[in-house]
Design a protein around this ligand. Structure first.
Ligand SMILES: O=c1ccn([C@@H]2O[C@H](COP(=O)(O)OP(=O)(O)O[C@H]3O[C@H](CO)[C@@H](O)[C@H](O)[C@H]3O)[C@@H](O)[C@H]2O)c(=O)[nH]1
Ligand SMILES: [Mn+2]
Length: 675
């Protein structure tokens, strides 16, 4: 345990045990590699050369991925903050909140405004706080929504302050009328509160109605892709956070660099208007659920020790629309619990794009280093320091030309690459996973959306792996070795596709034909295979259980992990196409408009493959191979009685049958529905 002025770091308590486990597992993995290689080289009949070669390839890749993956288990830490120890409110530094949105069809404006209002309601001195919204669609309804939201906030913020409301996101507050906050406030206060509540609720509903009415005209929802920039200060009233609407210039001929470009524009605009030393980036669907997150993050930035090297503080991405079963593992437990905490103990978690506080002082806006000859910008910065406020809008050319700083554009995952390059430059980051989620977003609720997102992420990570910034070369010489391994894992994890495709077809065909690809069940080598399998399962189970998960969750995660792994073959293909320049760079915007029908299925824990036929094709083929192999192979087994040789494969096909049962069910119901 390490204690700092405003925060505490705790290393996982069973670290020694978990490291011992890694060491033992490593010995087993290395022996298996030896076994496979020596057998392929020596080839003992009647074994099939091809089958053994392919199995060895799969297992060698698996061994490599396992190895990198252990870096996340090397030194996981958890952190706790003591915001109550921070200086007085007046001494807190300025904070600019940056929100990005594009498309009102996929990102309903009323939802985006929940994020804006909750950001304004952050528990932070109003004169230190500014909220910027980037509207990449340049849609009339977004600008209109901002005005409505700012109007509503004029009532909402005083209401929250006066009554000490903690659910400062209006949607959350008004939807939990029977439990929690509402009830507590009702019982504490009497008549005046009730009437104030009714008043504010009416205003809230009015705002939503107005926005919906305005947005019902298709003209107002239209995305304008050829437009001049537009910057408008929506609210500049004292006692309230400043609110600014920004829609940067877009021309079909000019690259706009998607979210990274939008964030950089916001960095520059906010640099001219309020220039808070710290910024918070949130996606438009990620409302602030706990208004204290800013002060929590400040515990790292204001700490005399950690302030020297912390570039950003990351909160987990959590979601408000997860069902209890969460069959698709939309919460990405492995990423936000195991992996990010593991990186946090090395030199810090990656930047995940939303719910991250960044310090702009040192690198994002280091004028000399990154602005070079952008004298106009530096001059304006100086001017603001003297005057404090400015109402000028910035010349459009300036914005685009000089937006090439701050967030990096190396790959489409602007956040991942920016965080990674910061780590390469020696900066650290911190991960805070408080009990109350600080930010809550909208997760995809069906396979198709989930897969689109996965392919978008993994293909970009593949590209990072082969770029000049690859962790294998560039990162290796700049980061600590274990931290490098974590990034190596991230960039190669799509290779699981190859492992599972081989493992899903070779043993199955061989089972049908009576060729054994594993040692006999009586052979001591079989025990090594069994050990590696069981040991991996136990490690996973412990991770799930220690993070408040259940056995069912562990089982479901395995299924979805295999499903996602097989599907990541599309990420490899996509990555190769992009690499060869065959694919146009395109950002697949996740859909945040919830489809009731799909949501229902998801909540019941039923797989929904509607619209995802292409993504599912490889998996369906593998499942068919497995089903045929299971029955055919069993028939053969009963006739031949070579149980000893075939036990490994028999176990494997049975395991796949049991594990994938809900998927098979989902496919059958989809078929019967469409047929
Ligand atoms: O041209 C664009 C495209 C997207 N966005 C915004 O970027 C955010 C993220 O887009 P989304 O489609 O929701 O991405 P996800 O796949 O859900 O998000 C993850 O992956 C993204 C790509 O790295 C990260 O930026 C996100 O923070 C991270 O949550 C949203 O607010 C969008 O409005 C823009 O502003 N301009
Ligand atoms: Mn998103």
């Amino acid at each position: 345990m390490a204690t700092f002025t405003y925060h505490v770091e705790r290393v996982q308590s069973w670290l020694a045990l978990s490291r011992a486990h890694i060491a033992i597992h490593l010995v087993a993995v290395l022996s298996l590699c030896y076994y496979r290689i020596s057998h392929v080289l020596l080839l003992r009949p009647p074994r099939s050369e091809a089958a053994w070669g392919l199995m060895s390839a799969a297992e060698l890749i698996l061994a490599m991925l396992w190895f990198f993956n252990q870096a996340f288990r090397w030194r996981p830490v958890s952190r706790e903050v003591m915001p109550e120890k921070l200086e007085r409110e007046e001494e807190l530094p300025g904070l600019d909140i940056l929100v990005c949105t594009v498309d009102p069809e996929k990102e309903p404006t009323v939802e985006v405004m929940e994020t804006v209002v909750s950001a304004m309601a952050m528990d932070y001195p109003s004169d230190k706080l500014a909220v910027y919204l980037s509207d990449d669609g340049g849609c009339a309804v977004t600008l209109y929504g901002m005005k409505e939201a700012a109007e509503f906030a004029k009532e909402w913020l005083p209401f929250c302050r006066e009554h000490g409301v903690k659910s400062t996101c209006p949607k959350v507050f008004f939807s939990s009328t029977t439990t929690g906050e509402h009830q507590r406030l009702l019982s504490q206060h009497q008549q005046p509160f009730t009437s104030h509540l009714q008043l504010i609720k009416a205003k809230y509903e009015k705002m939503q109605k107005n926005i919906e009415k305005f947005g019902s005209d298709p003209q107002n929802r239209r995305i304008v892709s050829d437009r001049p920039p537009r910057i408008e200060i929506i609210n500049d009233q004292p006692g309230m956070p400043r609110v600014v609407y920004v829609s940067r210039e877009k021309r079909p001929s000019l690259p706009h660099k998607f979210k990274g470009g939008a964030l950089n524009t916001l960095l520059r605009v906010s640099g001219l208007i309020s220039n808070g030393p710290y910024v918070l980036a949130v996606d438009c669907d990620m409302y602030c659920n706990d208004p204290t997150s800013a002060k929590q993050a400040m515990c790292f930035f204001l700490d005399p020790e950690t302030s020297k090297y912390i570039a950003f503080v990351q909160f987990p991405q959590m979601f408000h629309n997860l069902s209890k079963k969460d069959i698709y593992d939309n919460q990405s437990r492995t990423a936000f619990k195991t992996m990010w905490q593991g990186m946090d103990g090395l030199r810090g978690p990656g930047l995940s794009g939303s719910g991250n506080y960044l310090s702009r002082n040192d690198y994002l806006l280091d004028a000399k280093k990154y602005y070079g000859n952008s004298t106009l910008y530096i001059e304006s910065l100086k001017a603001i320091r003297g005057q404090k406020t400015t109402k000028n809008s910035i010349s459009k050319d300036e914005i685009l030309r000089e937006a090439q700083v701050g967030f990096s554009y190396g790959i489409l995952l602007e956040s991942t690459i920016t965080g990674y390059l910061l780590h390469c430059r020696g900066w650290k980051s911190a991960y805070l996973y408080p009990k109350t989620p600080c930010f809550l977003g909208c997760a995809p609720t069906d396979i198709k959306e989930g897969m689109l997102q996965l392919v978008k992420w993994l293909s970009e990570l593949c590209l990072l792996g082969v770029s000049k910034y690859s962790p294998f070369t560039y990162g290796f010489s700049r980061m600590s070795i274990f931290h490098t391994f974590t990034y190596c894992f991230l960039t190669t994890s799509s290779l699981y596709a190859i492992v599972f495709i081989l493992y899903g077809i070779v043993p199955q065909i061989c089972f049908l034909k009576g060729i054994s690809v594993f040692p006999k069940v009586t052979d001591p080598w079989f025990a090594v295979f069994a050990f590696v399998f069981v040991s991996t399962q136990i490690q996973h189970l412990i991770e799930v259980l220690s993070g408040d998960g259940s056995v069912a969750m562990w089982w479901d995660e395995q299924r979805i992990w295999i499903l996602k792994s097989v599907t990541s073959v599309f990420a490899i293909i996509d990555g190769i196409k992009k690499w060869l320049g065959l694919n146009k760079v395109k950002f697949n915007l996740s859909n945040k408009a919830i489809d009731k029908e799909k949501l229902k299925k998801y909540e019941q824990g039923r797989f929904d493959f509607q619209g995802a036929a292409v993504f599912m094709a490889p998996l369906v083929l593998l499942l068919l191979a497995n089903i045929v192999s299971f029955f055919g192979g069993l028939w053969r087994l009963l006739n031949e009685k070579d149980f000893e040789e075939m036990f490994g494969q028999f176990f494997l096909v049975t395991y796949v049958m049991v594990l994938s049962y809900p998927i098979i069910e989902g496919i059958i119901t989809m078929k019967s529905k469409s047929g």
